[in-house]
Ligand binder design. Sequence first.
Ligand SMILES: Nc1ncnc2c1ncn2[C@@H]1O[C@H](COP(=O)(O)OP(=O)(O)OP(=O)(O)O)[C@@H](O)[C@H]1O
Length: 702
Amino acid sequence: MMEQLSEKKFPVNAKDYTLYEEVGDGVSATVYRALCIPLNEIVAIKVLDLEKCNNDLDGIRREVQTMILIDHPNVLRAHCSFTAGHSLWVVMPFMAGGSCLHIMKSSYPDGFEEPVIATLLREVLKALVYLHYHGHIHRDVKAGNILIDSNGAIKLADFGVAACMFDTGDRQRSRNTFVGTPCWMAPEVMQQLHGYDFKADIWSFGITALELAHGHAPFSKYPPMKVLLMTLQNAPPGLDYERDKRFSKSFKEMVAACLVKDPKKRPSSEKLLKHPFFKQARGHDYLARTILDGLPPLGDRFRMLKAREADYLLQNQAMYEDKDHLSQQEYIRGISAWNFNLEDLKNQAALLPDFDDIPDAEDSSNRGKLREGNGDVGSVVERHNQSSVLSHEDEMNGNHDLDGSLAAFPIKPLQALKGCFDMCEDDITASSPSWEDTMQSESNQQNDMLSLAKVEDQDGGKDDGENLRQSSSLPRSVIPGHKKFFSGSLLQDNALSPKKVVTDGEREYQHPKYQSERNYSGPLQYRHKKDLGEDSSEGAIVQRKGRFQVTSADLSPKEPTSYFLNPVQGGSTSAINLGLAAASLLPTLQCILQQNTLQREELVKLIKFAERGSVNPTDLAEAGTSDLPQCVQEMHGVSLNYGTLLHPPNISTSTLQMPATSVRERELQSMVIQLQQSIGSLVEELQRQKMKNVQLEKKLNR
Ligand SMILES: Nc1ncnc2c1ncn2[C@@H]1O[C@H](COP(=O)(O)OP(=O)(O)OP(=O)(O)O)[C@@H](O)[C@H]1O
């Protein structure tokens, strides 16, 4: 099928297509059913508003390129792409069933039955095996990106084409933007301290399994900031409470194996594919018979869902008053498709109401298992940050007061690290040691290439390790007149950017075959170690640095981007609309943002410094210790004051004889609290300015 498609020449001109009804939308893209007139074929066209993604056009170009070159039956491949006015059109096969999220929303609000889930997930996993093998991290695995065609065939969609959509120039410069969707995002991606690899997709896969089982992802009712905190602090979600009785032990084990906070302990996609849970997976026709049968056409379903969303928004308008600069629609969508950075996240969260009063099964599931493995997180906050003391019940629920959470945020990464990376095997509460052990030893003995070949055989797909090159050559004919797009390697440029940052103490492998692989802007950022014979299941790090640790200079196109990008010249839509009055605020906002970023960088330095454990209490007592991070030196006076507060002269001898490590820990924590407070006030200021900006913008638009 894919081969046939690739033979066809899809025209790269808007006039050759007739757009029909809308069948989906994302952050800044709308998807239409359409007719390709010359080929008389129904297609889907994703129309991206380039004005909303002015800052990473090169990244988008690469993502589309990837989508075109991909060749696997379970991965949605683009036929071609081109610009039309200020939009980018991506032409794809039409997946008449829509996304699993849409199907659940319209017909299975409480999730699918287990055999359906196993069938869906096995197809997704095959896609991940392929992508990971070829060095891609999908980064946005979720039910909304699992598409199904009229025959029940499954394809994983969306290569982060929209991942940059929310990035403004400032955000890019802030160098700490996340991409992905908070509910599905792995803790290490949130932490941003050690880089992440393809195991991040395994976490998202586990969350997607829960989403398919319940009809929604864990924590999906919460604002992003809260999701972030809950993911970092709580024990991983799982299938282990009352309403999950209907699910088998092997399903529970499979989910538990994916949702381990330490990425090294998560199985690779290949290994996971051998999990007994997938034995119950069936064929395409089973899906067509079960979940597609009787569904209205995709366009009608989409219209109904939109109408429901609009109703909901209307009913809850009061809740959102004065917060209209937040995207209400996106929030109601269940925070799917939020691409955000830490600072924006805090700002957004500060403006959202607290939803803690909504009872939720996931919360109750967390009762009793919270703090396992990272039990000190909450207590540290209680000891050291009076402003963010949490009630016991809230803590047990993982339902921290939002303000408290915000206030406490900067202290958390330091603590949460313990939870994320020192997590013991107990995390896999329901996990069967027998499966894990068996898989581990099997995997160690097996030749990865052989097992991969087996997987591909099942698909009838081809993968002999040369696939990347083969697939690179396949679509050369797809876009006439754009050969330069395909000349040379798929991963042609930017790989050896002199600005590439390698995490301390860790090397970045570059196989000669992939030496020209890019190192930023999207999933093609990492290298695979298989060719070296290293076992990827042991967490071989293929990516040490995400696109968002790259400076704006790195992001400047390294080759002409005229392929589809001529209409866009930078400057966000909002900036264009601001007008003079609003523009006068910009320097202030930029200044605040810059300060904010600097503060954060200092914090990260501090955290890294603390991790290295090189701070010694006496060092802290000596002013001007030169090798301490700047922030430690600057905070020196504060640290001593806090030290006095924490250990007043009349406290007990046992406290005075506290081990050096805990003294050091306390001192560092007090510094972090100080930094946190100044960040807090900067964030507030930024927020005030943003509000003003929005009001001015509104006035101007009237
Ligand atoms: N080829 C397709 N056929 C049918 N429907 C599609 C197709 N591609 C996308 N859709 C629908 O459109 C929705 C949005 O598409 P897509 O995920 O690509 O946009 P996005 O802007 O990247 O969104 P997000 O950021 O939420 O993932 C999908 O969830 C799906 O329901």
